[in-house]
Design a protein around this ligand. Structure first.
Ligand code: FE2
Length: 338
């Protein structure tokens, strides 16, 4: 082989390698805002040469599209905001087990309750859904558990979001786990009796109602409060982490899994590994005032000022079982929780 031929073949090999790397891509289906994923997507392309196509749609549309495409779907990963949705995906067989030992190992840095035991999904971030109060009207010493908000003491003082939302379905599922069906029915009835106003459409609106004196206490996700305080440091509402002497505060979160349609499972696994690296865990936590799911990490945002809490470690896979969620919906309906 002449020197020129050797040079040409070396160039050809380099070109082919770069060309095939550029041709690779994975597709992520999500109901989360695409912009939040930008740093991890860029890094992934830098590391692997593969592009990440992000398809962002509201959950119902996202899954309708996925189901219409069937096994021909381009989806390699599904990334969603809530355990109730993960329960549905598992039940429908839309996820497959994480494909590589490295991805499974990365997921094991997340508490066992916050990931699927068969490695169908793992949480990436979580938040607490807890009691919120206005400190000039309520002392923390008056607060304790979710069920205590059913006491007559709170008559006309409680605000809640409507029952037609996954966040409350998951919370009520956790109450069923703690107290059983009969006691949970009583608690929900007590909440309804104590409402200051009809159930409100949105956590932010619940927090504003507490701040504005419509009610004194409510139940919302922690990141909604953090967003309000970040915008307005004078916002007075504060969280009280429920049930710290019992089962712990209810947590829920964002999770990711490999789509059953994926034909590029190795790359999909690598993207999960990347999202569980400290840097991207902290980036996501900073971006949305959530808690990084990776057990070794603490948040850096203002939520750290609220201190550590004991979380309910009932496996999310149990709380999110579709039959259990239906039981929660039925109970809320029965007591007239709108
Ligand atoms: Fe939310």
């Amino acid at each position: 082989m002449s020197q020129l031929t050797r040079m040409l073949s070396a160039i050809a090999i380099t070109f082919t390698a770069a060309g095939s790397a550029n041709a690779q891509s994975i597709t992520l289906y999500t109901d989360r805002p695409t912009a939040r994923l930008a740093p991890s997507v860029q890094k992934f392309t830098q590391l692997t040469g593969a592009q990440v196509n992000v398809v962002e749609l509201p959950y119902a549309k996202l899954i309708a599209q996925y189901e219409a495409e069937g096994q021909a779907s381009p989806a390699d990963l599904i990334y969603i905001k809530d355990m109730v949705l993960a329960g549905e995906l598992v039940k429908k067989g839309h996820l497959q087990a994480m494909p590589t030992a490295a991805a499974v190992q990365a997921a094991q840095t997340v508490p066992a309750a916050l990931r699927d035991s068969a490695n169908l999904w793992t949480a990436l971030q979580y938040r607490a859904r807890t009691i919120m109060y206005e400190p000039s009207r309520v002392k923390p010493s008056e607060l304790s558990t979710y069920e205590a908000l059913a006491d007559a003491k709170w008559a006309g003082r409680l605000c809640v979001r409507t029952s037609k939302h996954n966040y409350n379905e998951a919370l009520v599922s956790s109450l069923i786990e703690r107290h059983g069906e009969a006691r949970t029915r009583e608690i929900l009835k007590g909440w309804v009796d104590n409402l200051a106003t009809a159930p409100i459409n949105g956590d932010t609106a619940v927090l504003e109602a507490i701040a504005n004196g419509v009610c004194d206490v409510g139940i919302t996700n922690t990141y909604y409060l953090a967003q309000l305080i970040a915008k307005n440091p004078a916002f007075t509402v504060r969280p009280f982490f429920a049930d710290q002497a019992g089962a712990g505060v209810h947590v829920n979160g964002e999770m990711i899994g490999v789509a059953s349609s994926s034909k590029q499972v190795e790359l999909a696994g690598q993207f999960i590994e990347l999202l569980l690296q400290d840097e991207y865990q902290i980036h996501a936590s900073n971006d949305h005032f959530t808690y990084p799911a990776k057990e070794s990490l603490l948040p850096l945002t203002l939520v750290k000022d609220w201190g550590r809490f004991i979380m309910d470690l009932t496996p999310w896979s149990k709380l999110s079982e579709p039959s259990r969620i239906q039981q929660a919906r039925d109970l809320m309906n029965e007591v007239g929780y709108q």
